[in-house]
Design a protein around this ligand. Structure first.
Ligand SMILES: *[C@@H]1O[C@H](CO)[C@@H](O)[C@H](O)[C@H]1NC(C)=O
Ligand SMILES: *[C@@H]1O[C@H](CO)[C@@H](O)[C@H](O)[C@H]1NC(C)=O
Ligand SMILES: *[C@@H]1O[C@H](CO)[C@@H](O)[C@H](O)[C@H]1NC(C)=O
Ligand SMILES: *[C@@H]1O[C@H](CO)[C@@H](O)[C@H](O)[C@H]1NC(C)=O
Ligand SMILES: *[C@@H]1O[C@H](CO)[C@@H](O)[C@H](O)[C@H]1NC(C)=O
Ligand SMILES: *[C@@H]1O[C@H](CO)[C@@H](O)[C@H](O)[C@H]1NC(C)=O
Length: 502
């Protein structure tokens, strides 16, 4: 009798779990794909898992390596899971100035190699799979050093990034960057023109420094000559999937064929879930969540009061409040229309057709969700790229953004009532939602198509962009400009001389 995959993988190593379900269809040829999604945020992992789910649906086999535990309902099919419990140590120091932030970023980068020293990681590397991997799928987040895995297991590599392609991804793939008219996703000011170009040069400089750190980590764990060099591995990435949908979310930018937009992949998979049972009647809903990185447990009583007071002025709406702090049930007792719970099925609430407003921190996932379901937003940016996201959101008239600095219940209530009384926001976002969903192929199918394409064509060398072989001077033809300039100067000088002689 054949050993079951469970015992196989348990034999293989201690940290492996396996989730099997019989109903995934067997494709003509099942590929064995290695998914490595380590040191990412939970919301980023959602995107990676959506790509995995699409692959499993097609009957492919997966081996997943994550630093988060997975639950069985999250991912089903022929999956071996290698869980490596590891968390990036939190950086102390709260300086918010540029230098302080850069210092923290580089410290984090230095530490990202610590994972590769763990015994669990070493076990994973030293145990070759029963069936060789056909492809490495890497959750990309400043972790170019992990590209060494593709050399280690001798398979092609594709990356999944969770946002609009950043400068890092563009330079990895050799995608042209048009800073003049393409604002960057993390740029809170959404710069364009000259200031964006200057910002771009500064960013390239940071990128160069970061690459040096990553190259050092790489050569420590994947030393030459046993492994190809760091830069060789960076040039070997064949496909980049981005959780972004340029033609509806913008900004319009050039994209080479090996960069594929799969925005909405998480949402379209949530659609198939059974719809939510809402209380009878047709009361409209307001949904309020500040995302997974924010916790009410650490917030002040005053902040809770601000929201409670503001919400109490809208008794005609059922307000679904994601709240993990103390006294949640007390709030609901005082105000029956405030539905307070640690978790609400946000996507299903937005989908219900009764949602009138989504009060959000402006994370990329939440924004796409609101866009997908056409629900206008009131933004309360907290950290990181949220300010940039919400700035874009407001500039498209999908809603309003309030400053979270010294927010009072009066301002909040005013913002909410402006959103509820003015229908222009919901009209615009409904139209945008139709554009967002209008596609030749859904993202799950698109992602699997391209992944299968690479395996089918043995690494799909035809997708490689030759621009990646060029250095910066060659790429921008700076040497040529100098030559033309020199030639012109020479000609002018010669003409002058001839003129004088005559
Ligand atoms: C699961 O995937 C592994 C690796 O590709 C393969 O060897 C095994 O036969 C698969 N099991 C089933 C039940 O399909
Ligand atoms: C994507 O489209 C295909 C073909 O129309 C369909 O079979 C599949 O269920 C869709 N997937 C999702 C997640 O909507
Ligand atoms: C639902 O809304 C409609 C108008 O939008 C109203 O006529 C009807 O009475 C409402 N039904 C209930 C159960 O509230
Ligand atoms: C919340 O709970 C704490 C203790 O659990 C209590 O001291 C406090 O008064 C409560 N606050 C409200 C607004 O109910
Ligand atoms: C916010 O409140 C603090 C203390 O109440 C005050 O010192 C500060 O000036 C306020 N900031 C703004 C922008 O209103
Ligand atoms: C509704 O909002 C739009 C866009 O912000 C604005 O142009 C319009 O004047 C507002 N309408 C009313 C009645 O306030």
């Amino acid at each position: 009798m054949k050993r079951s995959p469970v015992s196989l993988s348990l034999l293989w190593m201690g940290y492996t779990g396996i989730f099997l379900l019989a109903d995934s269809p067997a494709p003509v040829e099942a590929h064995h794909i290695l998914g490595v999604f380590v040191n990412v945020h939970r919301s980023q992992l959602m995107v990676h898992l959506a790509v995995c789910r699409a692959l499993l649906q097609k009957g492919h086999h997966l081996t997943l390596v994550t630093t988060w535990p997975l639950e069985e309902q999250e991912i089903r099919g022929n999956v071996s899971h290698i869980f490596i419990p590891w968390k990036q140590p939190a950086e102390e120091g709260s300086t918010s100035d540029l230098i302080g932030r850069l210092e923290r970023m580089f410290k984090r980068l230095e530490h990202s190699g610590d994972l590769l020293d763990l015994p669990e990681w070493k076990t994973f590397l030293s145990n070759p799979p029963q069936t060789p991997y056909d492809l490495l799928l890497l959750g990309y987040h400043f972790n170019d050093h992990l590209l060494g895995l593709a050399a280690h297991f001798n398979c092609p590599v594709a990356i999944v990034s969770t946002q609009q392609p950043t400068g890092f991804v563009n330079s990895l793939m050799g995608n042209p960057e048009e800073r003049w008219y393409v604002p960057q996703p993390y740029d809170g000011h959404q710069r364009s023109g000259m200031s964006a170009c200057v910002f771009g040069i500064w960013e390239k400089f940071i990128e160069m420094m970061a690459r040096r750190v990553l190259a050092r980590i790489y050569s420590l764990h994947f030393p030459e000559p046993r492994y190809p060099s760091f830069e060789t591995m960076r040039r070997s990435v064949v496909l980049a999937l981005s959780n972004h949908h340029m033609i509806s979310e913008g900004p319009i930018a050039p994209l080479i064929p090996s960069m594929v937009d799969i925005g909405g992949i998480v949402l379209e998979q949530q659609l198939s879930k059974t719809p939510l049972e809402l209380p009878a009647g047709n009361r409209s809903l307001i949904i309020f969540s500040l995302g997974t990185r924010f916790t009410w447990r650490k917030s002040t009583e005053e902040l809770v009061q601000t929201f409670t007071k503001a919400f109490s002025q809208f008794p005609d709406y059922d307000i679904y409040w994601t709240y993990d702090g103390p006294n949640g049930s007390a709030i609901s007792l005082d105000y029956p229309h405030l539905k307070v719970a640690k978790w609400w099925p946000q996507s299903q609430l937005l989908q219900s057709g009764r949602a009138r407003l989504f009060i959000t921190h402006g994370g990329k996932g939440s924004l796409s969700e609101a866009l997908f379901h056409g629900v206008p937003m009131l933004g309360l940016p907290l950290i990181g790229d949220q300010r940039a996201n919400l700035r874009r959101m407001q500039s498209r008239n999908w809603g309003l953004t309030l400053s979270t600095h010294n927010l009072t219940h009066l301002e909040l209530a005013k913002g909410i009532s402006r959103m509820l009384t003015n229908s222009s926001y919901s009209e615009t976002i409904l139209k945008a939602s139709q554009v967002y969903r209008d596609r030749p192929m859904n993202s799950s199918d698109l992602a699997t198509y391209w992944i299968e394409y690479i395996v089918r064509h043995k690494g799909a060398k035809n997708l490689y962009n030759p621009a990646r072989q060029l250095n910066m001077i060659e790429y921008h033809s700076i040497d040529m400009y100098f030559m033309v300039y020199g030639f012109l100067m020479l000609t002018i000088a010669m003409l002058r001389k001839v003129n004088r002689l005559l």
